[in-house]
Design a protein around this ligand. Structure first.
Ligand SMILES: [Zn+2]
Length: 402
């Protein structure tokens, strides 16, 4: 029988590499309003170094095109269709609370993690329920966030076994823009930034100056300058984490992009064009990324990286879908996107969204039907509640309530 042994060994399937050990700590960083194509024109050495340690997804789409529905998708792992929260921006400060689906922070806290969230966007307020599951949930402006993070971590009682979930949400290149002098100089907008003064450069000016592409061009340069400043801040956040940053599972992405003059549009109002849906996605110590992914799958990806056996909503990998106030867009390959406002789809070339759309040859309607069959429609959220006056003021400052 011993003669069989070499044969048996030769026939045995090759040993599978051992699964990576679960990450002790998990970090999700959202840079608000960051277009995927900003990386390149803006130099982002911190993000590049993270991508070199891990991976950058070739194509990533957000589930929504403004902060609240998109972050709810990050927190619940559910597309807008399933979590049901699809309110418009600027609704007189009245919004319903988050749906009751389990959230990332609730799940990690139940698994013994200490959950810390620092956010700069006033929309992520407690009264909407974004604090659910967080031990710490605190609004901190971008510039103060690295210090606030270091202090928050230092204030925890010493415990070498403690596991952390960090959610850090920077406003980054969200309007209004106030790039540093150095970054403004690198992008040739020193004068425009000086002229805007403390007010900063407002995306509304791009919308108002539709016929003058130079206004959009100036804004785009300032936007890239702010992305560089934000990348430096990302580096400061990683430093504030200390050794945790070396071994944690980390995802850096955005909640949506920004239109900067395309088709005469600006900002992230009621639209679904690819500059709004396509976002960067960099992951370290997180299982291999598919070539195309939705940010909606982030909760599942991070749970798996941490070794948690959690059931998140099951969403097909393709098509990539984003929704906004009853409208829907999808892409199969990142080259073209179908947008339905109602009825028929209009198909746009992602690389040339100024060009007139073409009609769907049936592929997109088919993909949409299959996706909707796989993703159950959730209940609409409850009654809208008035925001506290302080929150309303914050949002007005961000240009949301006009
Ligand atoms: Zn946002």
């Amino acid at each position: 029988m011993w003669t069989l042994l070499p044969w048996l060994l030769a026939c045995a399937s090759p040993p599978t590499p051992p699964a990576a050990a679960p990450a002790k700590d998990v970090v999700l960083i959202v840079i608000d309003t960051l277009r995927a194509d900003a990386l390149g024109p803006a130099h982002t050495p911190t993000l590049d170094a993270l991508a070199a340690r891990g991976e950058a997804a070739p194509l990533a789409w957000s589930g929504g095109t403004w902060t609240v529905p998109s972050v709810i998708s990050l927190f619940t792992g559910a597309p807008v269709r399933q979590h049901g929260w699809d309110g418009p921006t600027g609704q007189q400060g009245r919004y319903p609370k988050l749906p009751t689906l389990p959230t990332l922070a609730e799940t990690f806290r139940a698994a013994g993690f200490t959950t810390i969230g620092l956010y700069a966007n006033g929309y992520l307020a407690e009264e909407l329920g974004f604090d659910r599951g967080f031990d710490v949930w605190r609004r901190v402006p971008d510039a103060a966030m690295p210090k606030a993070l270091a202090e928050t971590l230092a204030a925890l009682p010493p415990d070498p076994d403690r596991r952390h979930l960090l959610y850090l949400h920077l406003l980054g290149p969200h309007s209004t823009l106030r790039p540093s002098e150095e970054a403004a100089a690198r992008h040739g907008v020193t004068e425009a930034v000086a002229a805007a003064g403390k007010q900063g450069l407002d995306i509304g000016a791009v919308a108002r100056a539709r016929r003058d592409p130079s206004v959009a061009e100036t804004y785009r340069r300032a936007y890239h300058a702010v992305v560089e400043d934000t990348d430096a801040r990302l580096g400061a956040l990683l430093t504030a984490m200390g050794p945790m940053a070396e071994r944690a599972a980390i995802v850096v992405t955005s909640d949506h992009g920004e239109l900067i003059g395309e088709r005469g549009l600006a900002g992230h109002g009621n639209q679904l064009f690819a500059p709004l849906t396509q976002v960067p996605y960099v992951a370290v110590n997180v299982g291999p990324l598919p070539p195309a992914l939705s940010t909606v799958s982030t909760a599942a990806r991070l749970s798996e990286a941490a070794g948690l056996d959690t059931r998140w909503p099951v969403v097909p990998e393709l098509p990539l879908v984003a929704q906004r106030e009853g409208a829907l867009t999808l892409t199969l390959d990142g080259q073209a996107q179908a947008i339905w406002r109602e009825g028929e789809a209009a198909v746009y070339s992602v690389g040339a969204i100024e060009a007139e759309p073409t009609a769907d040859d049936g592929r997109y309607a088919h993909a949409r039907a299959a996706w909707e069959a796989a993703v159950p429609e959730g209940a609409r959220p409850g009654e809208a509640e008035a925001l506290r006056p302080g929150t309303e003021e914050t949002l007005r400052g961000l240009g949301y309530l006009e």
